[in-house]
Design a protein around this ligand. Structure first.
Ligand code: FAD
Length: 275
């Protein structure tokens, strides 16, 4: 696979996974690779493994397969929940986990989930294998840390010992979201947030980590006021570009409302009643 990419380097080769993004781009001549390497029959790319607390998902695992997999539900329920927001089931039957991550659409669900969960990408290329954390993988709109000739082979999630919520705003069921929030919270029995992993889609050139919100929540028992100020800490520094789907102001308003909603849903699932 990597040898083929190297051999046809001069033709700007691309790998083909589920084709749900690449084929439409080729139809519109927005992508014109001179050579395609189909990953469909490459061995070992479509496995899901749970080793202890580490869930490894092969890049060619179809989104619908991951959505239904008991290992994903057990070790990465945030991912299982977010997958149900990706397009429609027929698209998810072809679309792959790796394809969505490598495509790196800033409005897509899976990059935000990977960032919130501190997932790690395994990249295989001519120089060998390297592991890249999600925080370094997404570098721009539709741009990743993948180097020429490299292929994403799997993504790893370490089990999160707490609750989760994935929420997003979309105009019609199955359409691309305008903005969304992936939220992981670990809360102790007294309601104190021990750890938080939160990321937003659709509000920047890449998924955006809500670090200021996380820091504001950690160590406190959240109430309505502290959640509001935790949300504002992130929203205040957002400056998403507007487009035909949503202006800058619309995206910020959605981020504010949905960040709050995600935190409240995750707290509710942890059994915390927000005072
Ligand atoms: P492909 O289309 O085959 O490839 C996409 C890109 O990633 C290409 O550049 C390809 O070269 C590269 N690539 C793929 N796999 C690898 C790999 N393993 N290593 C390196 N590079 C790789 N997505 C959403 O997130 N949310 C939505 O709401 C949504 N709605 C959609 C609605 C419709 C009608 C359609 C057709 C698609 C929608 N999508 C949506 C996109 C869908 O999720 C795609 O499955 C996904 O973006 C790409 O996955 P794929 O396997 O089809 O990749």
């Amino acid at each position: 696979m990597t040898a083929l990419l190297a051999e046809h380097d001069d033709l700007e080769p691309r790998v083909l996974a589920g084709g749900q993004s690449l084929v439409p781009l080729m139809n519109f001549r927005l992508a014109q690779p001179g050579y395609l390497v189909d990953l469909q029959h490459v061995e070992g790319l479509a496995d899901i493994r749970l080793d202890g607390d580490t869930l490894s998902i092969g890049a060619m695992v179809r989104q619908s397969v991951a959505e239904d997999a008991p290992q994903v539900a057990a070790a990465a329920p945030l991912l299982a929940e977010a997958l149900r927001f990706v397009a429609h089931r027929p698209v998810r039957n072809s679309g792959t986990i790796g394809g969505s991550l490598a495509h790196a659409d800033p409005s897509a669900e899976l990059p935000a989930v990977a960032l919130a969960a501190d997932a790690e990408m395994t990249l295989v290329g001519p120089a060998g294998v390297r592991r890249v954390p999600a925080a370094e993988f997404f570098v721009g709109p539709f741009e990743t840390a993948l180097r020429p000739g490299e292929v994403l082979s799997e993504v790893r999630f370490v089990r999160w010992p707490g609750s989760h919520a994935f929420v997003e705003f979309m105009r019609t069921h199955g359409s691309f979201a305008i903005a969304g929030v992936a939220c992981l919270l670990d809360v102790d029995a007294a309601g104190t947030v021990r750890r938080a992993g939160i990321a937003l889609s659709g509000v920047g050139p890449t998924p955006v980590r809500a670090s200021a919100t996380e820091q504001s929540l950690i160590g406190s028992v959240p109430d309505q006021d502290s959640i509001r100020s935790a949300v504002e800490a992130t929203v205040a520094v957002l400056s998403p570009a507007g487009d035909v789907h949503g202006s800058t102001e619309t995206r910020i308003d959605i981020a504010r409302a949905y960040l709050r909603r995600a935190i409240e849903v995750a707290l509710g699932r942890a059994g915390v009643e927000v005072a």
